[in-house]
Ligand binder design. Structure first.
Ligand code: BF8
Length: 652
């Protein structure tokens, strides 16, 4: 304990709760009742939203209201502030070009490429940290980590052409780590894991000039292109967006997924609980929020440390209770069965339980205002990444070389905060919902008896009409969880299997769709299949980088049938997306041949040419396109029509 790492405070501790309360107009009970219904579709979130409104605790919905109305030029993608000659806005009939000469089409396309590159960078940099840890394991520099899935390590090594004979595990880990790190740069000029795609899909990429060459290479080239005076043609700009996104889906994200499995285990079906009711009244509660499993896996281990358990008892707690949030939560739910408190819009509400001693964050999708929220309670916000030092948080600099001592110090800090809670403010009026998760590609194959052929036979027979990947976030433009849950329910009713990740998967979990018993909500074919296999009609496939699992599954189906991914009766959907990462995901789904329906309009309406390229023109390039449909029932119709069309084309 003497040598345990100590946190630093990023700027000063926030104490702004009273200020925020004074600023937020207190609402009358009728308005609270109305807004509670408007803000979320999740019944178990409603009491917490009500509490925040009654107590004047600021949430994402309040900030969204403060930002209304939005700038309509920004909303349509027609504003540009990339260089110092601007900012510029396109306002016909007079302002039809920016100072640099870029027209509406180019401004919209550059903005979109920027979003794709940002999202691809986020996923891929996360992947880099994971693979650097594997490399460090191989070189004996990360003593707290180990290879958990040896079979996967060897399988991946074989994919990378590494001879594993007569080599020990550490050597293979180091060689595989190095081979993957090379793929981030420019030396290889191709991505090994992209070879998983069916030959017909790879041929399409080759013909379109979008075969991904290197993860960093495509992202850096994208940033080069958005520099003023480089990109000049909107279509040429967006085609590089597809290439960049492929380097994420078949590169950075796939590497993140596969090596996380190697280090922490490939998920297998398991049972757990979700929603805010997973916070336990008399326990030290720690939420693990963000995206990267490197630290959170260590915290899971530290929470079983006998000294820390004894300390928890000493402060009067019944134990240490870990709960996940967002995608770090998805990683832990899939592999370890750690209960999950919710998705993106549950992150502030979990603090309002009054029973959260610490929220530990790594990066991505973390509201920078969390310390403001926490200042209304005793909760510590603990940041851990040098990329995401949050003002008002306690900061431990996470390093894989020193992972376990850091994890222990964090858990200790949470335990020592337990006596500071105010028992009269503890508010956990909801019960958690059961979920079955852990459907990695390997687990799905295992459930099918070791081959994808039975699934293909079921699809060919029409028992299951097709499959849809539902992914992405929460966005205050959509009632929280409404898009995900409504679309999932409608599709399973139509015998369409849903595979889900990220916040979409958690939304389905909270709505009870990740239980085998939800098969009763499915159409007759999907229902009987789920019942005979003992699985839910909505399969949880993991976090957002785990959308690579969905690509891998599509590739397996295409390879089994010997067709390109674009010929399969499958689709993608992101009903409530907000993030740049989701733009990259949507782009690599489409570039891989998967028709994808968005529930929120991207900022592209200022250019009819860009809209037309994305919704129509791409069909001539990658045999797939985007659609935008905010109504989830109409989105279900679009998806069903697409799946039926693909079935007809396949002659099934
Ligand atoms: O990566 S689904 S809100 S938590 S971006 Fe974020 Fe969106 Fe959730 Fe995970 Ni993905």
């Amino acid at each position: 304990m003497k040598n345990e790492p100590k946190p630093t405070l990023i700027r000063e501790k926030m104490d702004v709760c009273e200020l925020d309360r004074a600023r937020l107009a207190l609402m009358n009970p009728q308005l609270i009742e109305q807004k509670k219904e408007e803000r979320t579709f999740e019944e178990t979130a409603k009491p917490f939203i009500e509490l925040t409104m009654k107590e004047g605790i600021e949430t994402v919905w309040d900030r969204f209201e403060m930002q209304q109305p939005p700038c309509r030029y920004c909303e349509s993608g027609l504003s540009c502030s990339r260089c110092a000659m601007g900012p510029c806005r396109i306002i016909p009939p007079t302002r039809i070009r920016g100072v640099c000469g870029a027209d509406a089409d180019l401004i919209v396309a550059r903005n979109l490429l920027d979003m794709i590159a940002t999202g691809a960078a986020a996923h891929s940099d996360h992947g880099r940290e994971i693979v650097m840890t594997l490399y460090a394991v191989g070189n004996g520099r990360a003593p707290d980590y180990m290879v958990t899935d040896k079979e996967k390590l060897n399988r991946l090594a074989a994919e990378y052409g590494i001879d594993t004979k007569k080599k020990n595990e550490k050597t293979v880990a180091a060689e595989l780590g190095q081979a993957m790190l090379w793929e981030y740069g420019t030396l290889n000029d191709s991505l090994r894991l992209a070879n998983r795609a069916p030959p017909a899909t790879r041929e399409i990429w080759k013909n379109a000039g979008i075969s991904p060459r290197g993860v960093d290479r495509e992202i850096v080239e994208a940033m080069h292109r958005v520099q003023m005076g480089v990109a000049a043609d909107y279509a040429n700009t967006l085609i590089h967006g597809l290439r960049t996104s492929l380097s994420d889906g078949w590169g950075g994200s796939m590497i993140a997924t596969e090596i996380s499995d190697v280090l922490f285990g490939t998920p297998k079906p398991n049972e757990s609980l979700v929603n805010l009711g997973v916070v336990k009244k008399d326990f030290v509660n720690i939420s693990l929020h963000g995206h990267n499993p490197l630290l959170s896996e260590m915290i899971v281990r530290a929470s079983s440390d006998p000294d820390l358990k004894a300390l928890a008892a000493k402060v009067g707690a019944k134990g240490i209770n870990l709960v996940g949030l967002c995608c770090t939560g998805n990683e832990l739910l899939m592999r370890k069965g750690i209960p999950n408190a919710g998705n993106h819009f549950n992150q502030e509400l979990v603090i309002a339980t009054g029973a959260l001693e610490a929220m530990v964050v790594d990066y991505q999708c973390i509201f920078p205002s969390l310390p403001r929220t926490a200042s209304c309670y005793h909760t510590h916000i603990i940041s851990t990444s040098p990329k995401s030092k949050i003002p008002g948080s306690y900061y431990f600099e996470f390093e894989p070389e020193n992972a376990y001592p850091i994890a222990k110090a964090i858990v200790r800090m949470a335990i020592e905060n337990y006596p500071n809670r105010n028992p009269s403010r503890i508010f956990i009026p909801v019960k958690p919902v059961k979920v079955m998760t852990g459907f990695s590609v390997e687990a799905i194959k295992g459930a099918l008896g070791g081959s994808f052929k039975p699934l293909i036979d079921l699809i060919a027979a029409g028992t299951i009409r097709g499959a849809v990947g539902i992914v992405g976030c929460n966005n205050p433009k959509v009632k929280h969880d409404f898009g995900h849950v409504t679309l999932s329910k409608e599709l399973i009713k139509r015998d369409i299997l849903c595979v889900e990740t990220g916040c979409a998967a958690i939304a389905s979990g909270k709505a009870g769709l990740l239980q085998p018993s939800a098969a009763s909500l499915a159409g007759p074919g999907l229902r009987s299949t789920c019942k005979s296999l003992g699985i839910p009609p909505v399969l949880h496939m993991g976090s957002c980088v785990d959308n690579a699992r969905i690509l891998h599954l599509a590739a397996e189906l295409g390879n089994t049938l010997n067709v390109g991914i674009h010929r399969l009766p499958i689709a993608g959907a992101a009903p409530e997306w907000y993030s740049q990462k989701a733009v990259s995901i949507g782009a690599y789904f489409v570039a891989s041949g998967v028709y994808t329906v968005l529930g929120v309009m991207p900022k592209i309406t200022g250019s009819p040419a860009v809209v037309s390229l994305l919704t129509e023109g791409l069909k001539g390039v990658v045999n797939a396109s985007f659609a935008v449909e905010p109504d989830p029932l109409k989105a279900a119709d679009l998806i069903t029509d697409h799946i039926e069309r693909k079935r007809t084309e396949l002659g099934i």
